[in-house]
Design a protein around this ligand. Sequence first.
Ligand code: HEC
Ligand code: HEC
Ligand code: HEC
Ligand code: HEC
Ligand code: HEC
Ligand code: HEC
Ligand code: HEC
Length: 412
Amino acid sequence: MAGITIQGFRSIFRTFGAPSGSVWKWAQSFASFLLIALVLPALCSPLAAQTVTDTQAETGLAEAHPQGWWPNEGAAARNAYTGPRACAPCHPSEFNGWRNSQMAHAIVPAVESPFLRAHPHMSYQRGPYTYRIDLIGGKAVYSVTDGQNTLSIALLWAYGTGVVGQAYVFRANGVYNEAEVAFYPVLGRLDIVAGLVRALPPTLQGAFGLPLIPAAAQQCISCHTTAAVAGGRLDVQTLIRGVTCEACHGPGARHVAAMEKASRPIKSAANTIFDPVRLDPADLENFCAACHRSSLLVEREGLHGLDTVHYEPYRLEMSQCWIMSQRLTCITCHNPHQPLQQNPVGYDSACLSCHSARPSSAVALSAAKACPVAARNCVTCHMPECRLPLSPFSLSDHFIRIVSAGDPCAKS
Ligand code: HEC
Ligand code: HEC
Ligand code: HEC
Ligand code: HEC
Ligand code: HEC
Ligand code: HEC
Ligand code: HEC
């Protein structure tokens, strides 16, 4: 893999968009890489000498935030975590809803991917290169051939439940790589990873995978799992798959022990476990943005226009609803203990809690207007589906607005 340079690489699943010609940008990402390297010396083994010069690692600088638990920091010790099953007996409704959510399955071993099981032999042609993923002998074998030579390897992880797509990661010569092809449910097949320019790679090696610098590989696994980084150290052997209870509520061993010991019903568990509901709206937004990416990060990466549609916190914060209400957050519309609501009507009550002739008392202060056009299905007009550049799919835009005729997401 040594010596590969990916010019102008842009993946929506990663980061992003810096023309690699930009010395400043490179210096910035190198600086953040160094920072992570300092914090996590264990990771910086020989891989740091890799000559990949793209900008795949996200700026690892945490935003200022309140004390208590914060996602993705990785400071807590691994034995402070219990795993989600330990929470089920006492919190059955949260557990049963959550376990059907996409976040619960944000990563699975590639052989367990429902898409690969449904399509055990898939291929995709790109110029002279034939890509395949085959489930054979208990492995998900990924291969690329140019007709003369073939590279092939077993995939490790499948990322994503396929709200938009599922990506695959493998490890070769000590370096994590993302496979060049991902599965897209809208297409029902493999296609080039979203965000990649479709120019043909000059070599078979270049067509095979996208090498991830160690910091990027770590961030990638950290956001899609729980406790992959514990005590400041990445350990893929002991990670808990998916975004579990403890990714948001912090390590739970102390709480479980205290609740099991309690002889009489407990009224407040506040001092044994973190509840994000106590954060003020701006901090709660940044809390989810620790994985969903904050506005600060998007701005720092220099992303604009439709390239930002994927970053819900940034888009939401462009809305008058966010700016004028001071209280709209992700959990106004999403319950993290439930699967994603895909019926537009399901969001009406959230909109109407502010935008009705008689808003409910809790939000009456926001004094939001009612719609002169329609009384239901609000999101179909005001959160339009936008097509991401260099991708086969569209997403509901979290920039809530009146869509004018010239809007890039206006229905034609
Ligand atoms: C032995 C039973 C028990 C287990 C196991 C348990 N809890 Fe609790 N939990 C309680 C009780 C009792 C309360 C307090 C009453 C309530 O809020 O339901 C509570 C409260 C909470 C709260 C609200 C805290 C607050 O003060 O706002 C959260 C969040 C929570 N638990 C998360 C978890 C998570 C995550 C796990 C698994 C790591 C877990 N619990 C395991 C019994 C338990
Ligand atoms: C530890 C990282 C992490 C944190 C913290 C996090 N998310 Fe997520 N979230 C993810 C990942 C990864 C996915 C993609 C899951 C998939 O489709 O594979 C996701 C998906 C989602 C989805 C779409 C599908 C689903 O699972 O329902 C919603 C909605 C969502 N997150 C809301 C939230 C909210 C609200 C918060 C804050 C309370 C939050 N997330 C915090 C990582 C995180
Ligand atoms: C900063 C945290 C973060 C990092 C780093 C990260 N992801 Fe994600 N990823 C998310 C969140 C949050 C979502 C879901 C929300 C969204 O679509 O933005 C997501 C969504 C995805 C999806 C689409 C899931 C679906 O159901 O459609 C894929 C595939 C994916 N990520 C793969 C990766 C891979 C591969 C890497 C590393 C090369 C990576 N991600 C790095 C947080 C992260
Ligand atoms: C993506 C982040 C996220 C995940 C994952 C998550 N929670 Fe929560 N949880 C929250 C937020 C935000 C709140 C506060 C808002 C609310 O009540 O929905 C909360 C509230 C709670 C409460 C307090 C409920 C109440 O009525 O006061 C409990 C108990 C709880 N969660 C347990 C769990 C358990 C158990 C799991 C895993 C099965 C889990 N949570 C997974 C974010 C999360
Ligand atoms: C927490 C309260 C709150 C929620 C929830 C909320 N909004 Fe708003 N919204 C506001 C406020 C305040 C304004 C600014 C005053 C106004 O135009 O009514 C606003 C403005 C708007 C505007 C006008 C935007 C512009 O640029 O003129 C639209 C359209 C809108 N909201 C639609 C929605 C939709 C659709 C939903 C649900 C998906 C929603 N809002 C949820 C508070 C909210
Ligand atoms: C005003 C309501 C509203 C708010 C607030 C909101 N969402 Fe959404 N979200 C939606 C709707 C509507 C969809 C589209 C659901 C579908 O697929 O049909 C959605 C979809 C998603 C998805 C699935 C992938 C995508 O982007 O379409 C993720 C992830 C997500 N939201 C995360 C978040 C996060 C993180 C926040 C806080 C920054 C947030 N949402 C705030 C209404 C909202
Ligand atoms: C069929 C598309 C459509 C649907 C569905 C829809 N709207 Fe609208 N909405 C519009 C249009 C178009 C305008 C601009 C009207 C104008 O400027 O005369 C608008 C205007 C608004 C405004 C600004 C009002 C003002 O006086 O500035 C708000 C707030 C709003 N809608 C909220 C909602 C809510 C909440 C819902 C769901 C109950 C909803 N809309 C459903 C198309 C729609």
